[in-house]
Design a protein around this ligand. Structure first.
Ligand SMILES: NC(=O)c1ccc[n+]([C@@H]2O[C@H](COP(=O)([O-])OP(=O)(O)OC[C@H]3O[C@@H](n4cnc5c(N)ncnc54)[C@H](OP(=O)(O)O)[C@@H]3O)[C@@H](O)[C@H]2O)c1
Length: 331
């Protein structure tokens, strides 16, 4: 690639931030021992917040957002990577504190990269992206706490979102009975096509529970919504059930009691993808390469350009995007 490359650049503006597509040069890249020619990135919920200047996640401008990317090593001072290696990156506050993936080139610490599994393309890696990687971590955490396909149904909240869609695909592929909640019942057929067998209305869960325990309904849950939804699932988990809490699309509060923990041995499992250790990352990516079907991933993936992001950022924050949004840096 020639010296100049395209990037989406955020600047501080009178009201929040302004975004523009600019031509940058190598001498503007940040510090790092590996330079990557980025082919794909994605739009995650956190990217929506950053692109809209919400939550003061970015402190230094000008800034290149994009919390994940996949591409090919262009230059390396690390013994772990050589020119031509395919790599994927999620987390480590890239796209937030550090320059991210919304550019045709990135320069990062080699410790943050994961080798792309052999059978996985860069586009597929980003169809999974941070959201799908988080879904895999959540599945692994449920498994580690004894939730198996024989334990009973598993609930995935926000099924039409990125974390939700990939979680449904992984769990159904592993043989779980998957229930999913959604605020978009008009997309129920799509959710069934990607592996959900029962649809729960979002409003049903969006209430503070009146009683600390309710009928035992789910052996496990993957929750990307938080707030009342998380609070209303806890009393409905089966004895020794577990819930992996990984998001706050519906709110950050947790209005609950400890009764489900004490009387049912229910487990509340926190999921963090950002600082996740390397060995766990590698395991998760290798499992995603083999255990998530191409069909179920393709069914929830949309490919867009850098320019399209400006409009889509507001939509993901309003829950109006569907599944995974992949950014093709060469489109
Ligand atoms: N812990 C981590 O490391 C980690 C990593 C990645 C993402 N996350 C978090 O996980 C969440 C989902 O991320 P994502 O990228 O999958 O976002 P997303 O694609 O926007 O999905 C979120 C989904 O939640 C549902 N939803 C939206 N607003 C809601 C509301 N007010 N009440 C109830 N449900 C609502 C919608 O699904 P329906 O239309 O089907 O209802 C929406 O599609 C975000 O909070 C994100 O910050 C955390």
């Amino acid at each position: 690639m020639a010296d100049g490359f395209r990037a989406l650049v955020l600047d501080e503006a009178e009201k929040g931030v302004s975004a523009s597509i600019q031509e940058l040069t190598d001498d503007q890249l940040p510090e790092g021992d590996v330079t990557v020619s980025v082919s794909h990135s994605t739009l995650n919920y956190k990217d929506g917040m950053i692109l809209k200047g919400i939550g003061r996640l970015v402190r230094n401008y000008p800034h290149v957002p994009g919390v994940d990317f996949a591409g090919t090593v262009e230059a390396s001072e690390s013994s772990e990577y050589k020119t031509g290696d395919k790599v994927v990156l999620t987390g480590w506050r890239v796209g937030e504190v550090h320059w991210g993936g919304y550019a045709q080139k990135a320069r990062v610490k080699s410790d943050w990269l994961v080798p792309l599994p052999d059978s996985m393309t860069e586009q597929r890696a980003m169809a999974i992206g941070t959201a799908g990687f988080t879904a895999m971590l959540a599945v692994m955490e449920l498994e580690a706490h004894g939730v198996t396909p024989d334990s009973g149904p598993v609930l995935v909240t926000g099924g039409n979102g990125g974390v939700g869609g990939v979680a449904i695909g992984i769990l159904s592929g592993l043989g779980y009975e998957v229930h999913t909640s959604t605020g978009r019942p008009q997309l129920a057929d799509h959710l069934k096509a990607i592996g959900a067998s029962e649809i729960v209305a979002r409003e049903e869960l969006d209430v503070v529970p009146e009683r600390p325990l309710a009928s035992e309904r789910w052996a496990g849950a993957i929750d990307a919504v938080g707030g009342n939804t998380l609070a209303s699932i806890l009393p409905q988990l089966k004895y020794r059930g577990a819930i992996a809490a990984c998001g706050l699309a519906g709110g950050a509060d947790l209005n609950s009691t400890v009764i489900p923990f004490l009387l049912r041995g229910v487990k509340l499992l926190g999921i963090d993808s950002v600082m996740c250790p390397f060995e766990l990352r590698k395991t998760a990516w290798n499992r995603l390469a083999t255990e998530l079907s191409t069909e179920s991933l393709d069914a929830i993936t949309e490919i867009v350009s850098l320019e399209d992001l400006l409009d889509l950022a507001g939509k993901i924050l309003k829950g109006e995007t569907q599944g995974r949004v992949v950014v093709d840096l060469n489109a």
